[in-house]
Design a protein around this ligand. Sequence first.
Ligand code: HEM
Length: 228
Amino acid sequence: MPIPSQDRAHFLFLKLHSLTGIFPIGAFLVLHLSVNSLRTVGVWQYQLSIDLINNLPFLIVIETLFIYIPLLIHSLMGFYIIFSGKINLRHYPYPRNWGYTLQRITGAVVFFFLIYHMGTTVGPKLLYGKEQFEAAPFLIDIMNREFSNWTGRFLYLVGIVSATYHFCMGLWSFCVSWGIIIGPAAQRNAGIVFALFGLALTALGVATVAEFSLDPLPVDATVEGGAS
Ligand code: HEM
């Protein structure tokens, strides 16, 4: 097998980074914010969705392959890109340069938000043993507590806005760098479409935070003996 040159290896590195940002991580974000927004429709709809996901066979394998490993790879590569680049806003204060800089900052914010978020959701679930309780009452109880104060709400709002900006700006730069949108007019129009998409995703997340904060309903186990 021919060994790639340094430039080619760097090129492949950047391509893998942009690809993992769209699939599976971006796809997961869209799905995750949509499923959580079911809480605004009704508490039992949300309960059903959590139990459905948590009763999928081989869930831990699916999560590890499609969420945890790609997230870790994308984050480590992202930090490498951040630390190997230079912030040059003072010399080149163009909107596109601001966009890239903000994307790097929000990437780092999302990384730390995720350590907190997974530590308070997935962490306890794995720690207490999934077999000991039914996922929905356990997780809904945790989310009610997360949104019971302004510190929690603020952390989630920052996490949501950072994640949707980071993803939608990434969608745009993905389409430009993979040659999907070519030419200034197409790039400008795509920018407007992705910005609207980002606003819609943010609205889903904010509505979920509002619903949990204003109406913290606990739920019982759907299966008898499934939870205490
Ligand atoms: C309204 C805001 C949000 C709510 C209510 C929420 C809720 C949850 C819950 C309940 C879990 C545990 C799922 C389970 O173990 O079955 C979870 C996990 C997770 N969340 Fe969120 N989340 C929110 C925002 C976000 C954002 C903005 C991101 C991305 C930056 C994110 C990324 C993740 C990841 C990576 C996991 C672990 C994967 C999994 O087990 O499904 N979440 N979230």
